[in-house]
Ligand binder design. Structure first.
Ligand code: AR6
Length: 174
């Protein structure tokens, strides 16, 4: 049993440069790359990542798949597909929570001790930042309440607005 207070942190950074065991990618159902953080991760990891992704045959929204990290400092990339925001009535919160949960299950299965999440769905997919951060923190805290060997979970914020929201949700010191 982990105390979430000891495990969770927020940072403002490019996720591709983080030194963690695994980084999470906000992908699309094809898993064949795209813009935003997905594009940055594929660019930093190199073409071998796309080659491995091609073998996976896609991923439904709310689920996740794991690959190697190739050119990244991270050993693994966990690709998850967030929901497109359609006003909040299409199970978006449930699907987003499922992204965090399924990513953590894969991380634990790969003996990952440190993991970084981007703010899934909050860019091209249009999920409002604060609502998405609330779902993210609740899903991760809930998961940490069970047995886990994951020691460090980083909410990687790309801009200051996102960082401030996560800092508020986690308490200023984190
Ligand atoms: N490091 C950390 N966070 C980042 C980075 C980065 N290098 N780049 C962007 N962000 P988005 P989505 C933040 O659009 O909304 C892709 O084309 C960004 O500020 O990357 O889930 C996929 O292939 C935002 O807060 O992902 C899909 O088609 C967050 O990452 C689609 O976009 C997510 O923004 C997925 O859209």
């Amino acid at each position: 049993m982990n105390d979430p207070a000891d495990c969770l942190e927020s940072v403002q950074a490019d996720i591709t440069g983080l030194e963690v065991d695994a980084i999470v990618n906000a992908a699309n159902e094809s898993l064949l790359g795209g813009g935003g953080v997905d594009g940055a991760i594929h660019a930093a990891a190199g073409p071998e990542l796309l080659a491995e992704c091609r073998k996976l045959g896609g991923c439904p929204t709310g689920e996740a798949r794991i690959t190697g990290g190739y050119g990244l400092a991270a050993r693994y990339v966990i690709h998850t597909v967030g929901p497109v925001w359609r006003g909040g009535t299409r199970r978006e919160a449930e699907l987003l929570a499922s992204c965090y949960r399924t990513s953590l299950v894969l991380a634990a299965g790969a003996d990952v001790r440190s993991l970084a999440f981007p703010a899934i769905s909050t860019g091209i997919y249009g999920y409002p930042l604060r609502a998405a951060a609330e779902v993210a923190v609740a899903a991760v805290e809930n998961w940490l309440a069970g047995e886990t060997l994951v020691e460090r979970i980083v909410f990687c914020c790309y801009n200051n607005e996102s960082l401030e929201i996560y800092q508020q949700l986690l308490g200023k010191e984190r």
